[in-house]
Design a protein around this ligand. Structure first.
Ligand SMILES: C[S@@+](CC[C@H](N)C(=O)[O-])C[C@H]1O[C@@H](n2cnc3c(N)ncnc32)[C@H](O)[C@@H]1O
Length: 311
């Protein structure tokens, strides 16, 4: 079962009122969406995006009591602008939420290949109808490319050794299954203390890196954030929950730029950029889960919530 992360904090900060329209960019199992629809009854609409058709079916089931107030969209949030007309013709959009990454259900279904703890095909695509799988990435990219993926997206400290080991191994045995990758990571990792449970397993960040690459997650997020800001109506709020530093840094920087009246380099004495703030930052520091939430839902431990309000 997927437990929505930072649910109360999201709801407390969205300021939703009856009949407000809102959007969940990563509807997943519908946890956040359910709470948002409850706040906006009797007539507020909620558009729920997900790249994963199975997740969208689960959300539709979970939200069926809200009937046509919930509109499911099988697409990436990066394509938000394609739905602008459909959304704005229903009235102002008061809130957008994105709870990034992977859901507990996706981690628990072995065929999806998201978890290094389950023996599974190396797939890792949110949308199983398109794009390269993790196995395709491992079997086709150069050692240099793989090193960049492991180090940029996973901050894997033995990225170069691992990339070379992948290229050597696939000549004899192309990658299909997570067990093969986990065994290779364990063999080449210089950090053996994970066996004593003193460190996270070294495959954790390798799997994260592959997942980010397969789904182009940071690119989609970078495209989505300005579109989300532009779609919100005045005083509408945007809430993003991220789960690792790469995402959080991206969110923080885009929010900061959108909140500035000038983005000229400091050495330029007079503003030439004509940039104008479109948002104000609500969370100077990100909101993080309480110890109690982490105890009840360990997946929440690395979550960070940032919010802005459209001016
Ligand atoms: C952490 S789960 C969301 C859980 C949801 N908030 C809930 O309470 O049930 C993240 C979801 O985002 C989806 N997802 C990831 N990247 C996406 C993207 N670019 N566009 C739309 N959905 C995406 C995943 O398929 C997954 O179902």
């Amino acid at each position: 079962m997927h437990i929505p992360v930072l649910l109360q904090e999201v709801i407390n900060n969205l300021n939703l009122k009856p009949n407000d329209n809102c959007l969940d960019a990563t509807v997943g199992a519908g946890g956040h969406a359910h709470a948002m629809l409850s706040c906006t009854s009797p007539a507020g609409k909620l558009w729920g995006f997900d790249r994963d058709r199975t997740a969208l079916m689960l959300a539709t089931q979970e939200l069926k009591s809200f009937q046509d107030r919930f509109i499911a969209i099988h697409d990436s949030f990066a394509n938000l602008d394609l739905y602008q007309e459909q959304i704005t013709k229903e009235g102002p959009l008061q809130a957008i939420v994105a709870d990034l990454g992977v859901s507990s259900m996706q981690l628990d279904i072995s065929e999806r290949g998201f978890s290094f703890r389950l023996s599974s095909p190396l797939d890792m695509r949110f949308d199983q109808n398109r794009g390269e799988t993790a196995a395709d990435v491992l079997n086709s990219r150069s050692a240099k490319d793989l090193q960049t993926i492991f180090s940029d997206y996973g901050e894997v400290r033995f990225a170069r050794t691992l990339a070379q080991a992948v290229v050597n191994e696939r000549k004899a045995r192309p990658f299909h299954n997570s067990d093969q990758l986990v065994a290779l990571v364990e063999k080449v990792s210089p950090f053996k203390s994970f066996k004593l449970r003193r460190r996270i397993h070294p495959a954790t960040t390798v799997f994260q890196a592959l997942r980010l690459e397969v789904n182009h997650e940071l690119d989609h997020l970078k495209i989505f954030l300005p579109k989300a800001i532009s779609l919100l109506s005045a005083h509408g709020r945007l809430a993003i929950i991220s789960f690792h530093s790469l995402e959080d840094r991206l969110v923080k920087n885009i929010f900061k730029t959108a909140s500035l009246d000038c983005i000229c380099p400091p050495e330029i004495p007079q503003c030439r950029c004509n940039h104008r703030a479109t948002v104000k930052i609500i969370t100077k520091k990100p909101i993080v889960p309480t110890n109690l939430e982490i105890q009840n839902n360990p997946r929440a431990r690395s979550a960070k919530l940032r919010l802005i309000e459209k001016i």
